[in-house]
Design a protein around this ligand. Structure first.
Ligand code: NAI
Length: 541
């Protein structure tokens, strides 16, 4: 039965000197092995291996956790609520060909496995990723949230037209019990004008300071009313336009707080939600592409040691792109252009038919191949090489030079007829040996909200888990204090199109590297080290 609770801490036990179990914690030792590299003249590399001992400590008790969705009445919001209720109440439904049971397919945590090692016969053993450490089960999440549309959740699910009718019919009474969304913050300038007729459930007034206080109160009230230990706040509302970054307005923690107090026009609704969550100590995740996390918000999160993650769910086309682009570049093939077309007919598509909102999406979709291209200077000229080349030909220093890069375009069109079933068409046009050309065309039909919903669950559950993991560096002596992780949760990158990372560090877009990082981190927390793909035992006598 999907609700059958089993303590994951009992599912996997590591018996080794690096792992200690107490009732309260799993504590593990981990050696972080790195390399300091010096690149010398003539392309010579001198490397010093580094060894840093760490200890991780994970709280075993899974807190009673609430998930508050901003945009709960939308396609993702209602699909998520209905899916959890269907799983919780074990509702099966008829399709035209079969009886379908609820599940969490598409969730990395609930539907994928991790290789643990070999059994006594030498065969690989895999376990569900969710068994690695104690994690919240999606069925146990207490659900609530806000929407500028006041439609009760059963009506909102019907409006979304994502789920099969026979499921909608059976799950509707449970959604009805959840009632209508809380009123939300609506600044018309931030989303497309075509959304205006939806906005019938808004917190009155234009005072952003008062709005902030209302959202903080909503989070506190929800926590108290449901007797929760933890609340995660998740933005799955419409894509907003970008906020302008203005010194003194949103570049520091003090500035952003003051700008909310003064109701400055460059503070977006999503930023008010992020700030409210940070001040309440509730992890906040941005599932849409806009720049909610202006520099001042990141600094505020640092100040409050409150967790944030984003941006933009990576569900279909971009996920595939982060695999294909890496495959090509790592295979030594040189993509010259990547051209992506989308059309979709849901409300998200309607909102994105407006230029400023589309621009946010375009930015978040565009950077996805950057790190893979930068990783291969054999195929692509680096910035310095392009600079030198241009200087040699023009005889002067050229400004704003970029490294060589494939042409990359993203087009999104609103086609109401296809509804939530997004079509994504990508062409990868590459140079192969001897000046040859290779073209790969992908046509990807994504049922958008059914792909996005499991990602919301993964992000929520991982964010909660990461609040319970503390670490200390053992180089600071055996008595060093345990500390929480850095507030920007870049370990969530696998599910995100434009991963937010610690300022000054590199973004990793490669899907396989993102998964590896997460796997290795979770394994490190139970005292397992090393890359399982070496399979050394299969390569020696
Ligand atoms: P949707 O348009 O169906 O739902 C958004 C909901 O947010 C609507 O109910 C709207 O009334 C509400 N809303 C707008 N502004 C609000 C505010 N200030 N406060 C509270 N509620 C507000 O869109 P959908 O398909 O659910 O997508 C949600 C977001 O997730 C979009 O930004 C989309 O770009 C992003 N996303 C979706 C993916 C997918 O595959 N479905 C993938 C990647 C990102």
């Amino acid at each position: 039965h999907p609700t059958a609770a089993r303590s994951p801490a009992d599912a996997i036990t590591v018996q080794g000197e690096n792992t200690i179990y107490t009732d309260e914690y799993i504590t593990s030792k981990f050696i972080n092995r790195g390399a300091d590299v010096v690149v010398q003249e003539g392309g010579r590399y001198v490397i010093k291996p580094t060894v840093t001992p760490f200890e991780f400590r994970t709280q075993r008790k899974v807190p009673r956790t609430g998930l508050m969705l901003v945009g709960i009445g939308g396609n993702n919001g209602t699909t998520l609520v209905a899916t959890i209720l269907a799983n919780r109440h074990n509702i099966a439904w008829h399709t035209k060909s079969t009886i379908q049971r609820p599940n969490y397919i598409g969730s990395l945590l609930r539907a994928s496995t991790i290789r643990l090692g070999l059994d006594e016969t030498g065969k690989d053993v895999y376990a569900p990723l969710s068994d690695l450490l104690p994690m919240v089960h999606p069925n146990d999440l207490v659900l609530g949230g806000w929407d500028i549309s006041g439609a009760p959740l059963d009506a909102a699910m019907k409006r979304a037209a994502v789920l099969e009718w026979d499921l909608q019919r059976q799950v509707a009474p449970y959604l009805k019990q959840l009632g209508a969304p809380l009123p939300s913050i609506y600044y018309p300038d931030y989303i497309a004008a075509n959304q205006e007729d939806r906005a019938d459930n808004v917190i009155p007034g234009t005072n952003k300071g008062a709005h902030l206080e209302q959202i903080r109160k909503d989070i506190r009230d929800f926590k108290a009313a449901n007797n929760l230990d933890q609340v995660i706040v998740f933005w799955t509302a419409n894509t907003e336009r970008y906020s302008e970054i203005i010194p003194g307005v949103n570049d520091t923690a003090e500035a952003i707080l003051a700008s909310i107090e003064n109701s400055h026009e460059e503070v977006a609704p999503s930023t008010v939600f992020a700030v409210a969550s940070i001040l309440e100590g509730a992890p906040f995740i941005n599932g849409a592409p806009q720049n909610t996390f202006v520099p001042g918000v990141i600094k505020l999160a640092e100040q409050y040691k409150s967790f944030i993650g984003g941006d933009d769910l990576k569900s279909g086309q971009t996920k595939l792109k982060s695999v294909l682009a890496e495959f090509l570049v790592n295979a030594g093939i040189k993509p010259l252009s990547i051209a992506s077309y989308n059309h979709l007919g849901n409300n998200d598509g309607r909102n994105l038919s407006s230029q400023r909102q589309f621009r946010s999406k375009e930015i978040s979709k565009s950077s996805v191949v950057d790190d893979m291209v930068a990783a291969n200077h054999l195929l692509y000229k680096t910035k310095a090489e392009v600079e030198a080349e241009q200087e040699a030909s023009t005889g002067e220093k050229v400004k704003d030079v970029k490294g060589e890069h494939p042409d990359h375009i993203v087009v999104i069109k609103y086609v109401p007829a296809v509804g939530d079933s997004k079509r994504a068409i990508d062409e990868y046009y590459s140079e192969i040996m001897g000046g040859g050309r290779s073209t790969i065309n992908i046509f990807n039909e994504c049922e958008d909200s059914l792909l996005a919903t499991p990602l919301i669950l993964d992000l929520t559950i991982l964010a909660e888990l990461l609040t319970r993991v503390n670490y200390r560096e053992l180089t600071n002596g055996p008595d060093a204090d345990f500390k929480p992780l850095y507030p920007v949760l870049s370990l969530l990158s696998y599910m995100l199109k434009a991963p937010l990372v610690k300022p000054g560090t590199d973004v990793v877009n490669s899907l396989s590297r993102q998964r590896n990082a997460l796997e290795m981190f979770l394994k490190a927390c139970i005292g397992l080290e090393g890359s399982s793909d070496l399979l050394l035992e299969t390569r020696i006598w």
